[in-house]
Design a protein around this ligand. Sequence first.
Ligand SMILES: Nc1ncnc2c1ncn2[C@@H]1O[C@H](COP(=O)(O)OP(=O)(O)OP(=O)(O)O)[C@@H](O)[C@H]1O
Length: 475
Amino acid sequence: MFKRLPGDEARNLVSTTPDTAIVFRPAVVKTPAIITFIIYIWRFLSALVRATWRHPVAVAVPVALGVAWYWYGWPVAASLSGTVAMALASWAFLDRPSFARLVGYRLLAWWRLVWIYRRHWQPVMIVSGLGRHIRGRDYLPRLGKVTCTSWADMVTVRMLKGQAVKDWADRTDHLAHGFGAKSCRVALSHAGRLTLTFPRSDPLASPLPALPIPDEPTVGPVEIGKDEDGRPWRLKVHGTHVLVAGATGAGKGSIIWSVIRSLLPAADAGLVELWALDPKLMELSYGRALFGSRYAATPEECAGLLDEAVCVMQKRAARFAGLQRSHTPTVVDPFVLVVVDEVAFLTAYQSDRQLRQRISAALATLTTQGRAVGVGVMAALQDPRKEVMNIRNLFPDKIALRLDESEQVDMVLGDGARDRGALADRISPVPELGAGVGYVRLEASPEPVRVRAAYVSDHDIRAMVDAYAQRGEAA
Ligand SMILES: Nc1ncnc2c1ncn2[C@@H]1O[C@H](COP(=O)(O)OP(=O)(O)OP(=O)(O)O)[C@@H](O)[C@H]1O
């Protein structure tokens, strides 16, 4: 026997099917044909005005050709279109970047809007659960503008009322596959509006050679690679602390060495001091001469060097107190960058408990108080779990290179970073494709940015040592 549910009787009473006792017929109000006609004409005219307003050139070209055909016949129209096509082809040939910016990417964006996004919008939204089909009506998020760059499509979307960014972030896989892309990133642009980024190609797929050493001493954001838009990746090291996390072979060394490389002229001019802690005795020992006496490898030496850095910091803080609130690098008070390779060797894997506590306390002191007085820490580590690195949140700026597990991404970059598209666990383990590739999340911006560090080879490091260690000795 089926259980009778409350309301079953009412369902039989109020029914639209003719075999039940009481037949309920909803009133049908017929809309006069003229009103429907006016609505369609209105929609057509407003779409026409909108298209002319938004795409004046795209509308003017076919209209001009149509007018030429009508008034002067098809040969004139054909030769006119030939001339326009030739002019565009020569423009593309002579100045590709400006042609791509002003014509190419706009045409591509229009084509992809029509052929990819508008065509698949309804099924992708319904199947992914971002749209609803209720009583024969579709309620879909509004597809906005599509903009193309050299590597990706940026699609603006107006969310349905009541939707949250997380609803979209949870469905990036559905969106990517639905629109034929490898991945999708979600960013909030305004209240209720999102920008979805669908990469078409990977501009960071090939390794970058080491960047030239700057001509002028610079402590400001240093150029160490490229971001996904093809712009130089400039990392701020003065006035912050940077944590670099990545599995073995992820390319942590390329970030450390690219930063050191770009600070060399400033170090040479006395505006920067590079202090190196190299408990693995692998990475930094290669350029040991660049650090002079500020190089430590054994845990005891590392603890000593960190204590020294805390001392410098505290003396400066005492001198600056009440006089200045931020640090400007000078020869008297240079910016001190403490570089720590594999910090977990000193904090988690260190068997001597007292030494471990001393090192952790020094690192915590530097990362909480150092940046205002010109002492920064840049630490690299493989395993970002809290048990291994309990002070990871004290680093304002974080970089996640290739990681082994998806949960580690948020551990490094902060909550929600993976949902926003920082897929560090999906970076290729093949060094040519993925080493040095990562996501940066800066203190000032919650959006993770995909980047690739330039590769500083052993040969480059030797050349750096030859050029700058000798100068340091001579000075
Ligand atoms: N930016 C880069 N671009 C291209 N290839 C790179 C880059 N960085 C590193 N590689 C390649 O990847 C290999 C591993 O790099 P690296 O030793 O720096 O990784 P790591 O993260 O420091 O690893 P580990 O923690 O084991 O020391 C290098 O030998 C090099 O061939």
